[in-house]
Design a binder for this molecule. Structure first.
Ligand code: PEP
Ligand code: MG
Length: 536
């Protein structure tokens, strides 16, 4: 038994086998030197790759949309492509290892696809490379991003696009050596109620794969090969926690009103349709932040308007008339995908992210906006722009919204008329909040970014975590000022950053006059209890 510490990113207990994700290890292409053995290994790898793709497709069917499913199905078909298979066989016969043969054949087939005139076939070049990499990774015993059975995921670090590719039903816990509690991966873990530790002391090595691990997301402790006594103690803790969760049920369906009669709306933060169901189960009064960019991550190409519309409309329908605030894509910084063609930037958090990306890529922005406007025909939808720093950005974004609306009207396509708000998450937006309040219908404060930009402390960087303190007076004073600016202009203000769920600050936010707090679906009832018990 071996114990170690980390920082809890989401509380909870998990016991299970370790699934080690070490994707950046170089692929070992040595092989056995025996062509027949290599050919057999290759056949087994093809079967395993097919099973992985099937699992990803199943996940995509639930959460992502038809186009993504099709990409995976096409990849499955490519696994049976005779030219590719023959090419691998020839290379193995000539003495290459199965992994090397797969990589080389993948490169050659991919070049052939890329040279074709048909745009669709051209685009398949990336798929064949992907398949080849998957096969080589399986052959060199590297875990691909797949989780065939429930396990504790252990990794150096996990990006949001990697996390969303994992089948959530099989993630018992997330344990990373790096990471921070405000990273998007930690936020995802909270949304999904997955116990999670970051910055653990663990030394990653291949021999950890498959070993038993216990994770205590309350104390931030992990135990490798836990003994019976440890498991018993953790189970007792889990039972006590379940009891607390059951007690919170008393607050389900109750209005969120303080002892002195102040009402605050308690909404949920989500990233996709499945999370909307969790928000309803958690008794959220609406969606305070739909992180649209998650619809763009973990895929090979842009979602089209219809896919986006289907996703937004499903969220709207799931929420059954409760308000849904859709944030336009906040891509960039740690939220990346190859097809987006984001430039390498020295300081991506200060780079072309959020509204800056959208204003530079109007085609992408408009496709998303059309889908949102159309979904708004089905229920109360608002639009919110991320990373606003200047009034001209709001003017420009609003004018693009107006053109999109006019275009839909001219085309006779059903749509709604969403209210428009901005996230206040840059110091500039906070300082200019009186001016911005004149231009929009509401504010929602992104305390995760506001904290990092105010304190000049990267929210992703474990080394500066003590400096990225959201309780810093600069952050709290700024929050009070933002609420005041909103109310002076007669608009409402909410908080959708992680701080909204901080139990130490609920009273303070109520005193500041915030009208809405948006938290992870699983945190709604606990927050309502604190609101209802408050004297404010
Ligand atoms: C924030 O910055 O607080 C926020 C809610 O947005 P994100 O965490 O997605 O950057
Ligand atoms: Mg933000």
């Amino acid at each position: 038994m071996k114990q170690g510490k980390g920082i809890p990113a989401f509380a909870g207990i998990a016991v299970g086998k370790v699934c080690l994700l070490q994707r950046n290890r170089p692929i070992d292409t040595t092989g056995s030197g025996d062509p027949q053995q290599e050919q057999e290994s290759f056949a087994r790898a093809c079967k395993e790759a097919d099973a992985q793709l099937e699992q990803l497709a199943e996940h995509a069917r639930k959460d992502l949309g038809e186009e993504q499913v099709m990409i995976l199905e096409v990849q499955q078909m490519m696994l049976q492509d005779q030219d590719f298979l023959d090419n691998v066989t020839v290379k193995i016969r000539k003495g290459a290892s199965a992994a090397q043969a797969a990589l080389d054949a993948g490169k050659e087939c991919s070049a052939e696809f890329a040279a074709l005139d048909d745009e669709y076939m051209k685009a398949r070049a990336a798929d064949i490379q992907d398949i080849a990499r998957r096969l080589a990774a399986i052959l060199s015993n590297q875990d691909a991003i797949s989780l065939p059975e429930p396990a504790i995921v252990l990794a150096e670090d996990l990006g949001p696009s990697e996390t969303i590719q994992l089948p959530r039903e099989n993630i018992l816990a997330l344990v990373t050596k790096q990471g921070s509690t405000n990273s998007h991966t930690a936020i995802l873990a909270r949304t999904l109620n997955i116990p999670s530790l970051v910055q653990t002391e663990i030394e990653l090595s291949p021999e950890l794969a498959g070993r038993q691990m216990a994770v205590d997301g309350f104390t931030g402790t992990y135990t490798l090969d836990p003994d019976e006594q440890t498991i018993k103690a953790l189970n007792a803790c889990r039972n006590a926690q379940s009891q607390k969760v059951r007690e919170l049920e008393a607050w389900r369906g109750k209005p969120s009103v303080t002892q002195s009669g102040k009402t605050v709306r308690i909404y949920a933060n989500i990233g996709n349709v499945e999370d909307a169901k969790a928000a309803m189960c958690g008794d959220a009064e609406g969606i305070g932040l739909l992180r649209s960019e998650f619809l763009y991550l973990g895929r090979e190409d842009y979602p089209n308007e219809q896919e986006l519309y289907t996703a937004y409309r499903s969220v709207v329908d799931t929420m059954q008339g409760k308000p849904v605030i859709v944030r336009t894509i906040d891509i960039g910084a740690d939220k990346r995908a190859d097809y987006l063609g984001l430039k390498e930037e020295e300081n991506p958090a200060l780079g072309e992210r959020g509204i800056r990306f959208c204003l530079g890529r109007e085609d992408v922005f408009c496709t998303g906006l059309r889908a949102i406007y159309r979904a708004a025909a089905g229920g109360p939808v608002s639009i919110m722009f991320p990373m606003i720093a200047s009034a001209w950005e709001v003017e420009k974004a609003r004018s693009i919204c107006e053109s999109v609306e006019a275009e839909l009207t001219a085309q006779g396509i059903a749509h709604g008329k969403p209210e428009i708000g901005v996230m206040i998450e840059t110091p500039a937006a906070a300082i200019c909040s009186e001016q911005l309040a004149q231009m929009v219908d509401f504010f929602s404060v992104g305390t995760n970014d506001l904290t990092q930009y105010l304190l000049a402390a990267d929210r992703q960087n474990a080394a500066v975590m003590p400096y990225c303190d959201p309780h810093h007076p600069a952050v709290l004073n700024m929050l009070a000022y933002i609420a005041e600016s909103a109310h002076k202009a007669g608009i409402w203000a909410g908080i959708c950053g992680e701080l909204a769920a901080d139990p130490q600050l609920t009273e303070r936010f109520l005193k500041m006059g915030f009208d809405e707090l948006s938290v992870a679906p699983g945190e709604v009832l606990a927050l309502r209890k604190r609101v209802c018990e408050s004297e404010v």
